[in-house]
Design a protein around this ligand. Structure first.
Ligand code: ATP
Ligand code: MG
Length: 446
């Protein structure tokens, strides 16, 4: 209380245009933040209008406000309100309650869905022995809702009807000064939720902000806390980071902050081998380009590239131990994916896709007979081929091989015929069939 009072007294007068709000949020008018009502997705505007018409508080909140002020197109528009989830559903015709513990409401307008969340408080949060918050499912005031958000730039509330931004933590100023500042005490906030360390890196890269030293310095020492985060949550956050359009910058920063260790086990090892680093960075550059061009990107492809050099190393070891090449590859794939799963829960569907991309790689070596034609017909050909291009680009395989496949895919029937290599495995053919069992030849790789 006393600190709040002091803060209010010490605040520069122009910062506090809201004389009617004793609690001290700053109400920032449009000419100082630049967001016009028209910048808000109509569906989000309608949600706020309708809730306000019923006497509730309702604001566009979080990432959308931040991105609009930073001149970035928001991914989605979220609304925070004083209405309870049940009260929200009573206001809209197409609204769906979701979540079990902390209910949120999805309100649908045409093709748009607006996520509506009741202000949350931070009383009675249940934490584990490391101070990590396990549940926080109490409703709160708007001020409490702001205080439990992570960074000041994420705690901005935009009211479409008055075009003002309500700012409890100087987020607008921080954003304009390009600083990512934690709300409250960074060490405690990272302990409550270690994922905030990853969010710091991602948001700084996405918005071109520098992480305030107070929020940056503790990260190195606290990085290990990420081990207590459920793997599925880490996977989601890593996926966000890698598909942010700034993956290269994010991964560099993760390494600088010492955060890459627990995340993609062995990513640090991979990045320490020059060829592995080239391969991963090429893949991330390509992903960033695609995101910026608004093209779709495939999580499977991305994770397949991140883990490939680990597979290569494991595969090599098995071949050295005289395991036949193709079974060795499959065992290496399983081993790498299993190891990965302990930290980062790759969903089963994604793991299946990853395996397919990897399993097709040896088949690019076969350029004779019917096999190249069969390869072209496979549904995963395109992904596997893109993967091959990266392998060539990083120097793992000859560029000539990738070029051959580029040409072969584009050629007509006669040209293809002329491109075929003489049978590259004649010895196997000519030899009398010595092994009646277990004929896992390369063709079994698919
Ligand atoms: P983007 O949507 O660009 O990925 P975002 O900041 O909107 O970034 P969301 O995950 O959509 O991220 O979260 C919405 C808002 O919820 C954030 O702006 C922030 O206010 C709050 N928030 C999200 N994650 C956390 C967290 N781990 N701790 C505290 N607040 C959080
Ligand atoms: Mg968001």
């Amino acid at each position: 209380m006393i600190r709040k009072l002091l803060r209010r007294i010490l605040r520069r007068p122009e910062d506090n245009t809201s004389t009617h709000r004793p609690r001290g949020p700053v109400h920032i008018p449009r000419d100082r933040h630049g967001i016009a009502r028209e910048h808000i997705l109509p569906a989000a505007r309608k949600v706020c209008d309708a809730l306000q018409a019923e006497g509730y508080q309702a604001y566009v909140v979080g990432g959308a406000v931040r991105d609009l002020i930073a001149g970035i197109e928001p991914k989605d528009f979220d609304v925070a309100t004083s209405a309870t989830p049940e009260q929200v559903t009573a206001v809209f015709r197409r609204a769906r309650l979701i979540g079990r513990r902390f209910k949120i409401v999805h309100v649908m307008f045409g093709r748009d869905t607006i996520e509506v969340t009741t202000f949350r408080g931070d009383a009675e949060a249940v934490t584990d022995e490391h101070g990590r918050i396990l549940h926080d499912n109490v409703f709160g005031t708007m001020e409490e809702d702001a205080a439990r958000r992570d960074f000041t730039v994420n705690a901005l509330y935009y009211d479409p009807s008055s075009e003002t931004v309500v700012d409890f933590h100087h987020g607008v100023a921080d954003l304009q000064q390009k600083t990512l500042r934690m709300i409250g005490e960074p060490i405690r906030r990272y302990r409550e939720d270690p994922v905030r360390m990853l969010r710091a890196v991602r948001l700084a890269a996405k918005l071109g902000l520098s992480i305030d030293p107070a929020a940056r310095e503790p990260i190195r020492a606290m990085a290990d806390l990420l081990e207590n985060v459920p793997p599925a949550r880490l996977f989601d956050e890593m996926l966000k980071l890698l598909t942010s359009g700034h993956a290269v910058r994010c991964v560099r920063q993760l390494r600088e902050e010492g955060l890459h260790h627990g995340l993609l086990p062995l990513l640090d090892v991979i990045l320490d081998q020059p060829m592995g680093e080239r391969f991963v960075m090429l893949s991330l550059e390509r992903t960033d380009e695609r995101v910026r061009e608004d093209k779709s990107i495939s999580p499977s492809f991305l994770f397949a590239t991140l883990l490939w050099h680990e597979v290569l190393a494991d595969w090599e070891k098995r071949k050295q131990a005289n395991e036949p090449a193709i079974p060795a590859l499959f065992d290496a794939m399983t081993s790498v994916l299993d190891q990965q799963a302990e930290k980062l829960a790759i969903t089963r569907r994604i793991a299946t896709d990853i395996r397919e991309i990897w399993a097709l790689q040896p088949r690019f070596e076969q350029r004779s007979g019917k096999r190249p034609y069969r390869m072209l017909e496979l549904p995963r050909f395109r992904a596997a081929y893109d993967f091959l291009l990266l392998r060539a680009g990083s120097g793992e395989v000859e560029q000539e091989l990738a070029d051959w496949w580029t040409d072969f895919a584009a050629a007509d029937a006669a040209q293809r015929e002329a491109m075929l290599r003489p049978d590259e495995a004649p010895k196997k053919r000519r030899r009398p069939r010595r092994k009646p069992t277990g004929g896992a030849g390369p063709a079994a790789a698919a």
